[in-house]
Design a protein around this ligand. Structure first.
Ligand code: CP
Length: 331
């Protein structure tokens, strides 16, 4: 018979955040509530929490990033985790090392979480299959950017007080945008109404299946509560999708004449000022761009906490228990 001292509790279920499509509404609500609790902690003089002491978070970035990488690093530090960031440039990837070998090499250090950004769709799923770590998708090609969608929901709810029946117009280069795909799915989960607006060449067919409307007329933004502007992704455009940037700006650029009183304007960054967004709008009271960056920190803290401590919402009630533990730590 097995001795009591030899009995081991089963490990917690391994959780990843790979796609908004894997989440239920309760998962989204839980992460947003956790982020709100954490927001109180970062307003204090001592900003660090002991929550993830002894855990290790690795950031593995194969594409440029300012906001996502900086906020994941800071989020891990604020929760007292050890962090290591590896950008492909300057690493052995330059010498031809594959994603598989890099993932296996890093997993020898036994990280608890690996945050992955990669230009190829499915790269975070591959890392999740190869390692024992919890994997968070920080953007894979034009597929998904789930933490961006969560931080955008958080920003909208904190600013406008609700998500249910909020009317959001997402404008611009939908075709190349992982932000748009994730956000459309996330808004559908929480009961918001979304319209995608852009030229036919930049809005792929069939997007309605994700739970949104499509319009090619810029006037479709007029009734929206939120005008969410997408970046023109020059680096992903192998051919001309618009006759010229000047014409795109004239037809779909968000200038002061297109923003009505009471609307808020969001942009995931980095912005092409003067192309998809006029600087007068980007710097106006209506713009929530800096709020989005601030939300990114608390939402990514919440995501790290969530993948490491909370069982799937549908399977049991430990999500509520974990939230209760966290509020005790913050208090
Ligand atoms: N929005 C976003 O993902 O920004 P970065 O590319 O700077 O991380």
């Amino acid at each position: 018979m097995q001795k009591l001292s030899e009995l081991r509790l089963p490990p917690p279920p391994r959780r990843h955040l790979l796609s908004i499509a894997d989440l239920e509404r309760a998962d989204v609500e839980r992460v947003l509530e956790t982020a709100r609790s954490l927001a109180a902690s970062i307003d204090r003089e001592v900003k660090k929490l002991p929550t993830l002491r002894g855990r290790m978070v690795v950031n593995l970035f194969y594409e440029s990033s300012t906001r996502t990488l900086a906020s994941f690093e800071l989020a891990a530090k604020r929760l007292s985790a050890d962090t290591m960031s590896l950008r492909s440039a300057g690493s052995s990837v330059d010498k031809g090392e594959s994603l598989k070998d890099t993932a296996l090499t890093l997993s020898a250090y036994e990280p608890d979480v690996i945050v992955v950004r990669h230009p190829s769709i499915g790269a975070p799923q591959l890392v999740a299959r190869l390692t024992d770590a919890h994997v968070v998708n920080a953007g894979d090609g034009k597929h998904q950017h789930p933490t961006q969608a969560l931080l955008d929901l958080y920003t909208m709810r904190e600013t406008l007080g609700r998500l249910e029946e909020l009317h959001v117009a997402i404008v611009g280069d939908v075709l190349h945008s992982r932000v748009a795909r994730s956000l459309v799915q996330a808004l559908a989960l929480v009961g918001a109404r979304t319209v995608l607006v852009g030229p036919p060449t930049l809005v792929p067919r069939g997007m309605e299946a994700l739970g949104c409307e499509v319009s090619h007329e810029i006037d479709a933004i007029a009734d929206a509560d939120v005008v969410y502007v997408l970046r023109m992704q020059h680096e992903r455009m192998g051919q001309a999708f618009v006759p010229s940037l000047r014409e795109y700006t004239a037809l779909y650029g968000i200038g002061p004449d297109r923003v009505r009183s009471g609307q808020v304007v969001m942009h995931p960054g980095p912005m092409n000022r003067g192309v998809e967004i006029d600087p007068r709008v980007a710097d106006s009271e209506a713009a929530l761009v800096t709020d989005q960056v601030r939300s990114g920190l608390v939402v990514r803290m919440a995501v790290l906490y969530d993948v490491l401590t909370v069982a799937p919402a549908a399977s049991d009630s430990s999500g509520a228990n974990a939230a209760a533990r966290l509020s005790l730590e913050i208090a």
